[in-house]
Design a protein. Structure first.
Length: 245
């Protein structure tokens, strides 16, 4: 994680400003009190639970967000919640989530937001805006990887995950076609945050490419870049990486 030098210092009450009592209604009192830990952050830190595409951060946003005091206070919050909330769980979309995991999500999103490119010091979320794959492909300035065909394991019919085979014993790829971002977006209903965070266009959410790409399907120039590798590393080290990236 590379922390930018702060231009201003912001003080806010806490991550949820008291809303934790509504979010974690059956939590122990010491757990609820832990979320009152003071954060020395720009108020935008409260938006980190939103998808990056909905936030559409600017250089100015990230500069005020990514400061040493903010990072230190988030670490203090994480330690306090971990010790005070323990294994407390609550229901979230018919699944169990812990209070510790909630803070861990904010820490992950903060660290991802504040990654910078080694060569230029630019925030990686801003660098990504130059990854317009359609335009780069049309310009002929990128190199597509050659060997990206994969056969996914079949745990439905085979306990060991062995792929299904055709009559000639060749592996079958039974995966569904990659969804298109615009098709996927049309199937979603608006939630509360959508009325406040417009975000970027659906056709840009795949870096300007119409279908979802796996990590190894990106052009080699992007795969080997500082930001791509830093984001990939941070993602696979976190329980939240595959959820958001």
């Amino acid at each position: 994680l590379i922390i930018a030098s702060p231009r201003e210092c912001y003080a806010m009450n806490s991550l949820f400003n008291g809303a934790q009592e509504a979010m974690f209604q059956d939590a122990p009192s010491e757990c609820l009190a832990a979320f009152n830990t003071t954060l020395n952050c720009d108020p935008k830190v409260q938006l980190l639970s939103y998808d990056f595409d909905r936030l559409d951060w600017t250089e100015a946003d990230l500069t005020t967000l990514c400061t040493s005091p903010c990072y230190s206070s988030l670490q203090a919050l994480n330690e306090t919640v971990t010790s005070s909330c323990g294994s407390y769980e609550f229901d979230f979309n018919n699944a169990e989530l812990t209070a510790v995991q909630v803070v861990d999500l904010y820490m992950y999103k903060y660290n991802m937001s504040c990654l910078t490119e080694i060569a230029t010091g630019s925030f990686c979320l801003i660098v990504e805006q130059s990854w317009n794959l359609t335009a780069l492909n049309q310009s002929g300035t990128i190199t597509w990887p050659e060997f990206t065909n994969v056969t996914f394991p079949n745990f439905v019919d085979n306990d060991d995950g062995a792929p299904s085979l055709d009559l000639d014993d060749n592996p079958l790829d039974e995966s569904n076609p990659s969804p298109r971002f615009n098709d996927y977006g049309l199937q979603l209903e608006l939630s509360g945050q959508d009325y406040y965070q417009e975000g970027i266009p659906l056709d840009w959410q795949g870096h300007g490419w119409p279908t979802i790409l796996e990590y190894d399907e990106y052009p080699l120039e992007i795969q080997c870049s500082d930001c791509f590798l830093a984001q990939y590393k941070l993602g696979i080290e976190s329980q939240w990486g595959e959820v958001y990236e």
